[in-house]
Design a protein around this ligand. Structure first.
Ligand code: DQA
Length: 138
């Protein structure tokens, strides 16, 4: 099974950025843990701070991969272009947020992606990515 995790803007700073909200752990370390736990899954990782690069990656993977786990960061709340890209591809996408976006500022309560995704996971920390993997493999 081929799964991809795509992280959007500022998520390269996990472990450094607003630790009270996003925790102490860097994503690379967490990714290694996931890879060693799910050895049968081909797990591809991509992070970009640039909207168009995320859209290009969705187009590139979105016709051959079995699932995409997408944390689009703040683009979630702003980007119709990303929502259109999710709608345009064949691969199912699960939206993940580390923090509980519904317990935060009002502008984070809106997701342009949610309606185009298979489902959304929010508020479970990094564990949310693993929950998404589980939903693809079960
Ligand atoms: C986030 C939530 C977004 O509102 C925020 O802009 C992020 C991270 C999360 O994982 O909780 O960058 O997607």
């Amino acid at each position: 099974m081929k799964l991809a995790i795509i992280n959007g803007p500022n998520l390269n700073l996990l472990g450094t950025r607003e630790k009270d909200i996003y925790g102490n752990r860097g994503f690379t370390e967490y990714l290694e843990e996931l890879k060693s736990k799910y050895t049968k899954i081909e797990l591809f990782y991509f992070q970009s701070n640039i909207e168009g690069e995320i859209i290009n990656k969705l187009h590139e993977l979105g016709f051959t991969y079995d699932g995409i786990i997408l944390n689009a960061g703040a683009y979630t709340h702003t980007s119709i272009a990303l929502a259109d890209a999710v709608a345009a591809i064949k691969t199912p996408v699960i939206e993940v947020h580390i923090s509980n976006v519904f317990a935060r500022e009002d502008y984070r309560h809106v997701s342009y992606l949610g309606a185009k995704c298979r489902g959304s996971i929010s508020g479970f920390g990094l564990k949310g990515y693993e929950m998404a993997i589980h939903s693809f493999i079960s």
